[in-house]
Ligand binder design. Structure first.
Ligand code: G3P
Length: 224
């Protein structure tokens, strides 16, 4: 499973990329606003830090406008993915952008029917929102399971990008369901790393290491 960071915070992206486990980045207008600087400069910087796919979202509401914005975004960097909302005009735009070889990520997907249409339109990625479903008392993960089943039935090449991830359990469940990618806030990636038993075990190992006779010298030799 690929891991994307869902943020426009360049420092957080630098941190994640340095870990060696981040495969891409997703942004949206809310995250762009939170970054507090120009959208283009932010996206360009992200595309330099992360060489994997970087989703940047259109804001037009007609196919014509979405296509225009998508073409502009696609020129910014080779790893840009044009993020398009799942509306009728968005589907038309995805069809055209895909025909031009521009990668697309269809976002704000809340039903398997919507995901099916995005795949038929030629989307590179489809982004079901899990957390926002959970927020209204429904199981978001069921959406991922159903999309996985449909895409497998018809061998769609569209990748399933589990979005609106709020905790490590969401990531694990999305992986078990067969999502291709999970995009998560940096905080969730930090939570995935941390475990109290790891910390406890490490403290105990380091304490015991002190009584190994050559503990202080064994790693002090110069590298060859
Ligand atoms: O970027 C799309 C999605 O991941 C947003 O998540 O937490 O705002 O529902 P959230």
């Amino acid at each position: 499973m690929k891991i994307f960071l869902d943020t426009a915070d360049v420092e957080a992206i630098k941190w994640g990329v340095a870990l060696g486990v981040v495969d891409g980045v997703t942004t949206n207008p809310t995250l762009a606003a939170r970054a507090g600087r120009g959208f283009k400069e932010t996206v360009l910087e992200i595309c330099e830090i992360c060489t994997g796919p970087v989703s940047a979202e259109t804001v037009g509401l007609t196919a014509e406008q979405i296509i225009k914005e998508g073409r502009i975004l696609a020129q910014w960097a080779p790893n840009i993915v044009v993020k398009v909302p799942l509306i009728a005009e968005g589907l038309k735009a995805v069809r055209q952008l895909s025909a031009e070889g521009i990668k697309t990520n269809v976002t704000l997907v809340f039903s398997p029917a919507q995901a099916l249409l995005a795949a038929k339109a030629g989307a590179t990625y489809v982004s079901p929102f899990l957390g926002r479903y959970d927020d209204i008392g429904q199981e978001g993960m069921q959406l991922v399971r159903e999309i996985v089943q449909i895409f497998r039935n018809y061998n769609f090449q569209t990748e399933i990008l589990a979005a609106s991830i709020r905790n490590p359990l969401h990531v694990v469940e999305a992986a078990k369901a067969g999502a291709d990618i999970a995009t998560m806030p940096p905080k969730v990636l930090e939570q995935m790393i941390a475990h109290p038993l790891t910390d406890k075990g490490l403290t105990s190992f380091l304490k015991d290491w002190e009584s190994v006779p050559d503990a202080k010298t064994v790693f002090a030799e110069p590298e060859r």
